[in-house]
Design a protein around this ligand. Structure first.
Ligand SMILES: *[C@@H]1O[C@H](CO)[C@@H](O)[C@H](O)[C@H]1NC(C)=O
Ligand SMILES: *[C@@H]1O[C@H](CO)[C@@H](O)[C@H](O)[C@H]1NC(C)=O
Length: 189
C-alpha cells in the first residue's frame, strides 16, 4: 500500500476512534481525572481501575461521587505515584476532599486549585511538591483542613482568606518555607 494511502486510512481510523469517544460522552470529571492520570507514573497499578471508556469515574477506585455522579472525593494515599498535579483537577467543581498524600508527587501546586470552591480538605502531605504556595488558595472559603507538610515548598506562606484559620502544622517540614514576616533568603523560589 502506498504510504499516502496508508496515512489517509490511519487518519480516518483516528477520526472514527475520536468520534466514538465523543459519543461515549465522557463526563467532564472523567476527562479531568484522565488528564491527571496521563501525567503520572504508576508502577504499582493503583489507577488500573480508571477505565477511560467509562462515561463517568464513579466506579473507579479512590474516587467517590455524589448522587449526581459528580466527583466529591479523591483518596490516593501511600501509592508510590509520581508526576505532577494537573491543573485540570481544578475543573472538579464539586470536589470536597482531595487526599493525595505520602506518594512521590512532584512539581508545583497549580494556581487553578483556588477555583475549587467546594473544597473542604486538601491533603498533599509527604510528597516532593516544590515551588510557592499559590495565594489563590486563600479564595477557598469552604477549606477547613490543609496539610502540605513534608514537601519541598518554598517562599512565604500566604496570609489572606482561608490562610487566616490554618495552624502552622499545615506547613510543617518544608525547610525552604517562611512564615509571614520572616526573613526570606533568595533561595530561587
Ligand atoms: C515505588 O516505585 C519505584 C519505581 O518507580 C520502586 O523502585 C519502589 O520499590 C516502589 N516503592 C514501593 C514502596 O512500592
Ligand atoms: C511523613 O514524613 C514524616 C517525615 O519524614 C514521617 O515522620 C511521617 O511518618 C510521614 N507520614 C506518612 C503518612 O508517611
Amino acid at each position: 500500500m502506498a504510504p499516502a494511502v496508508a496515512g489517509v486510512i490511519a487518519i480516518v481510523l483516528l477520526a472514527a476512534v475520536a468520534s466514538t469517544l465523543a459519543v461515549a460522552g465522557l463526563s467532564p470529571d472523567a476527562v479531568a481525572l484522565q488528564a491527571f492520570r496521563i501525567g503520572l507514573q504508576d508502577p504499582d497499578g493503583v489507577l488500573q481501575s480508571w477505565d477511560p471508556t467509562l462515561a463517568d469515574p464513579c466506579t473507579w477506585f479512590h474516587i467517590i461521587c455524589d448522587a449526581n455522579n459528580r466527583v466529591t472525593h479523591i483518596m490516593l494515599g501511600y501509592s508510590n505515584l509520581s508526576g505532577p498535579l494537573s491543573p485540570e483537577l481544578a475543573k472538579l467543581d464539586q470536589l470536597r476532599d482531595m487526599m493525595v498524600r505520602a506518594s512521590n508527587i512532584q512539581g508545583t501546586i497549580p494556581e487553578e486549585f483556588g477555583n475549587l470552591g467546594n473544597l473542604i480538605s486538601l491533603d498533599l502531605s509527604n510528597n516532593s511538591i516544590s515551588g510557592p504556595i499559590p495565594a489563590s488558595l486563600g479564595k477557598l472559603s469552604a477549606l477547613r483542613f490543609l496539610d502540605l507538610s513534608n514537601n519541598d515548598l518554598c517562599g512565604t506562606i500566604p496570609t489572606s482568606g482561608a490562610f487566616q484559620n490554618l495552624p502552622p502544622s499545615s506547613f510543617a517540614n518544608n525547610p525552604r518555607l517562611r512564615g509571614p514576616g520572616q526573613q526570606q533568603d533568595d533561595d530561587g523560589c
